[in-house]
Design a binder for this molecule. Structure first.
Ligand code: T1G
Length: 699
């Protein structure tokens, strides 16, 4: 195996270089290599200073997550860091790309840090359900002060080189990392700059030691949205130990906190989700060497809510967009809404003040489908009926240039039927964005029967480029996410008829960790949408129909399953709804019963999992983890539970199959019978993960 760490000496300066693609993660070999080369440089009388740098695209991006859950191999990361920190010769970390997690902790062990201007520095362990376990919670507060340390560690987001310089995390912004590091090393020697061990310098802790509210206020601000998560609070405790205790004792507290989190179900789920997201972008069944088609201009058909949100996603990534409408009035309305959205974000500091103008400058509004001719990718986001889609795709077939990829944003219509209206079905696929499309990260890439492999790769790679999380799905009603949601909605509807009030069902689902329950979601989307579609299909749903007949469409009418105070979006239980449900059930001759929270949770989750198993049987999703990625990034499934299929493995498929069989009989609903795949795995005592787990997540 090639050397993952090498050492050169340039006129008295030792350059230790890590070269372990793809991200120079701190595998055992890398840790060993750094330690051996630093010790050798310290022992080399010709060496006056030591620079640690990395080859490839980034400085060390953290511990090697694939090693978690396996027996630890020496040397421990803390020993590697101690060698740098206790070196009698100045040690300098020269940073490019992203110095993250253990990577930044190694740099914090050095006496100096320098970085190129595009570099990012962070401790994102909290996003893996962990805390920095190699001194980060003790050294970072000493480097930048407790407030920024809380933001970086509890929030988990990196800062740029300029901010790092401003707060004293780095000493200088340099050109090339290695050459810049070497030049800085010469400066340290020439100017006899004192080598500073962060562990010896508590000066930046003094204010918080004098007034702990500086720390507690920062923690309160950063844990506001940490509902249900363990790691953010453990991170805060470890930083608190840096304020309250001497360095070595603080390090012990950090270690204790880390060892607890690393074996927790939450961290295992969050590490699983990290790899699942990356696995999902690897498309099965594509011939080796297939390349995505180049995309330099995108056209979006429809400037409504979805079209506008999609256009913003591309503009945010700096990709020019032609936004097309049938009439100037609709176009102007759509452009106006995007402009307002950008200005509102800028006003609250979410984007720079000049961003609205820059991004709107990338969106060209046009009337008429013939304006798609320069586009390499065309995304249709028009009215959700097959008739309209077919009309649009027939026109696109005529106007779009050869090789342009034609994508429909349909949320459930048959992409093969849409493709069949064109002479180029190989260029047609679905790109199902989730509303609001400029915010939600999930993009279901719907692979048609005739979609060409390079067209598919084009959609996947452009989705990643606009910071979406692509998941390739097959053609069926609702694809993956909405198909499973339908299974849950059927049960939530039935629970109403059996006696569970909407607020009880929603409370169980939100307590589980979902952002919203099914009935509050219905009020948000608008109950009239489902009502119209049921009437078109001649289907009755007496309670929902009664609500709509009473003009209760949800938030848009100030009342639906809940009532809403003027100007508020928080759902309030409404006695009128209680009466309406009772009257409807009396009319139907149905008696209500007490339904337990446990039953509600099982009937919310297990039918979805069963539908997920059917989706795998039908090859609509390639892996169970793809289904989890859909729910994590499209529906707000709590990251610390990993996704429905990961959650099912934790509950146990045998138990789930038994409960589904019970409910199938108890509620006379054969659709609840466990699917063949679920039955088979349960009988064999296997897990969904046994079907193909993201290949790096630890067991
Ligand atoms: N360990 C192992 N593999 C990793 C990895 C890591 N830390 N980071 C990335 N990879 C793999 C990834 O799976 C993918 O593999 C490839 O590298 C490219 O990644 C002790 C305990 C660095 C910003 O959390 O945020 O340090 O799919 O597709 O979009 O306190 O990777 O190609 O086979 O994401 O350019 C803390 C995690 C660890 C950083 C690059 N560090 N990584 O993004 O590429 S815990 C992190 C990232 C820790 C210490 C604690 C990103 C990136 P494959 P990619 P990218």
């Amino acid at each position: 195996m090639s050397e993952v760490v090498t050492r050169e000496r340039h006129d008295g300066i030792a350059i230790v270089t890590v070269d372990s693609p793809p991200v120079n993660a701190l595998s055992a070999a890398v840790r060993r290599g750094i330690l051996e080369n630093v010790n050798a440089a310290v022992a080399d009388p010709e060496v006056q200073a030591i620079v640690l740098t990395c080859a490839g695209r980034t400085f060390i991006a953290g511990a090697d997550i694939t090693e978690f859950g396996k027996p630890p191999q020496p040397p421990a990361l803390n020993d590697v860091i101690a060698a740098l920190e206790n070196s009698p010769k100045p040690t300098i970390a020269a940073i490019h790309g992203t110095a993250l997690g253990g990577g930044l902790e190694v740099a914090l062990g050095c006496h100096f840090r320098v970085a190129v201007k595009e570099a990012k520095l962070g401790l994102p362990e909290v996003k893996l359900g962990l805390l920095p376990g190699a001194g980060g919670t003790q050294r970072l507060p000493r480097a930048v002060g407790p407030e920024l340390a809380v933001q970086m560690i509890v929030g988990g987001n990196p800062i740029g080189a300029a901010e790092a310089l401003k707060h004293g995390l780095i000493s200088e912004i340099v050109e090339g990392p290695a050459s810049g590091g070497e030049a800085f090393a010469r400066k340290v020697l020439a100017e006899k700059l004192p080598a500073r061990r962060l562990r010896d310098d508590d000066s930046k802790l003094a204010a918080a030691r004098a007034d702990r509210s500086i720390f507690t206020n920062a923690v309160a601000a950063m844990t506001k949205k940490a509902r249900g998560l363990e790691a953010p609070f453990a991170c805060a405790d470890a930083i608190g130990a840096a304020i309250d205790l001497p360095f070595e004792e603080g390090l012990k507290k950090e270690r204790e906190g880390f060892m607890k989190l690393v074996v927790s179900d939450q961290s295992k789920a969050q590490r699983y989700a990290f790899f699942a997201e990356r696995e999902a972008a690897k498309v099965d069944g594509v011939p080796d060497g297939t390349k995505p088609r180049p995309v330099s201009r995108v056209a979006i058909i429809g400037a409504g809510t979805m079209g506008g949100g999609i256009a913003m996603s591309f503009a945010n990534a700096g990709i020019p967009v032609t936004l097309i409408e049938t009439g100037k009035e609709q176009l102007d309305r759509g452009m106006g809404i995007m402009q307002k959205n950008y200005e509102a974000t800028a006003a609250r500091g979410g984007i720079p003040a000049d961003a609205p103008a820059k991004r709107m400058g990338l969106i060209t509004g046009m009337v008429g489908l013939d304006n798609v001719k320069d586009a390499d990718l065309i995304i249709e986001a028009v009215f959700e009926t097959m008739a309209v889609k077919k009309e649009v795709f027939t026109a696109l077939d005529a106007y779009a240039k050869p090789g342009a990829v034609l994508a429909s944003n349909t949320s459930y219509l048959n992409v093969d039927d849409i493709a069949a209206t064109t002479k180029r079905p190989q260029d047609v696929l679905g790109m199902h964005f989730f509303s609001p499309a400029n915010v939600m990260k999930l993009c279901e890439i719907v692979r048609g029967a005739k979609t060409a492999p390079d067209a598919l790769l084009t959609a996947v790679s452009i989705a990643k480029k606009i910071a979406k999380v692509p998941v390739v799905v097959g053609v069926c009603d609702g694809f993956v996410g909405n198909r499973m949601l339908a299974a849950r909605s059927k049960q939530s509807e039935k629970l109403l008829f059996e006696g569970a009030p909407p607020q009880q069902v929603d409370a169980v689902v939100t307590k589980f960790g979902m952002p919203m329950g099914p009935f509050a979601m219905g009020d948000l989307a608008g109950l009239d949408i489902g009502w119209r579609s049921r009437k078109d299909r001649g289907i009755k749903s007496e309670i929902a129909d009664a609500l709509c007949e009473a003009g209760r469409f949800g938030q848009k009418t100030g009342k639906g399953y809940y009532k809403y105070e003027a100007g508020s979006r928080s759902p309030l239980p409404d006695p009128e709804v209680e009466t309406l449900i009772n009257d409807t059930l009396t009319k139907l001759g149905l008696k209500r019963r007490e339904v337990s929270d446990e039953e509600i949770l099982e009937r919310m989750m297990y039918p979805m999992i069963n539908e997920g198993a059917r989706i795998l049987e039908e090859n609509i999703a390639a892996r169970p983890s793809d289904i989890d990625v859909v729910w994590l990034y499209g529906y707000g499934w709590p990251i610390y539970r990993g996704g429905p299929m990961h959650y099912a493995d934790g509950v146990g498929l045998k138990h789930i199959a038994e409960r589904l069989s019970y409910y199938a009989k108890a509620t006379n609903d054969p659709s609840l019978e466990p699917s063949p795949l679920l039955k088979k795995l349960a009988a064999e005592g296997k897990t969904f993960a046994s079907l193909g787990q993201p290949n790096k997540a630890a067991a």
